[in-house]
Design a protein around this ligand. Structure first.
Ligand code: SF4
Length: 204
């Protein structure tokens, strides 16, 4: 049986798409190998690319808080991204995030499938449209799935999908009121995922 360590080591040398050329390195998933809950984001950002770890920038800190407010700690969940290299556009000294395209998402899906197969979470949370598209397909829309557990099969894994917004959408919301509303929506969706986990594991 392949381990997460072996997968991460293999992914470190991945050249399946062009994104490896400009990024610092592969940012593989992180968390317990037997996690009941897996969260999938879009791609590493500038901070994640430099540190080589997922969700350690501003959006990651907000996600940590949202997870705690949802009744689960980050340490209990497996966190990863649909695309494992940072895609950006250089603007002076700044590296501006660019969304991955369909070809890049599909090229990287092999790693996501392998993570799902090894961790075998009860519930996977799609954080935003790119994660949803990687898991469900191009027709995925956050509004159609958010907060509502749905059956999902990805390769040999089957379980439950819950979708929500990416935590960076909370940070981008204009004004404190919309930020608060976006944050509350994120927490409500994460609570739904935690509930689905407990139901699947027979805890309630
Ligand atoms: S983004 Fe994914 S598929 Fe593309 S090179 Fe990086 S690890 Fe490989």
């Amino acid at each position: 049986m392949t381990t997460l360590r072996e997968l991460a080591s293999e992914a470190a040398g991945c050249t399946r798409c062009d994104l490896y050329r400009n990024a610092t390195g592969t940012v593989f998933g992180e968390g317990p190998g037997e996690a009941e809950l897996m969260l999938v984001g879009e791609q590493p950002g500038d901070v994640e690319d430099r540190q080589g770890r997922p969700f350690v920038g501003p959006a990651g800190r907000l996600l940590d808080r949202a997870l705690a407010d949802s009744g689960i700690s980050r340490r209990q969940a497996y966190l990863t991204n649909a695309v494992k290299h940072f895609k950006f556009q250089q603007s002076g000294k700044r590296r501006l995030h660019k969304p991955p395209n369909r070809t890049e998402i599909m090229a990287c899906r092999t790693w996501l499938e392998s993570e799902l197969d090894v961790v075998r979470p009860a519930v996977v949370v799609a954080l935003g449209a790119t994660a949803g598209a990687a898991l469900v397909g191009p027709a995925f829309r956050v509004a159609a799935y958010r907060g509502m557990p749905a059956d999902l099969e990805v390769g040999p894994w089957h379980g439950v999908l819950v979708a929500t917004i990416h935590p960076s959408a909370v940070l981008r919301a204009s004004g404190p009121d919309s930020r608060d509303r976006a944050y509350e929506g994120l927490v409500a969706d994460l609570r739904s995922a935690v509930r689905a986990c407990r139901i699947r594991s027979g805890a309630s």
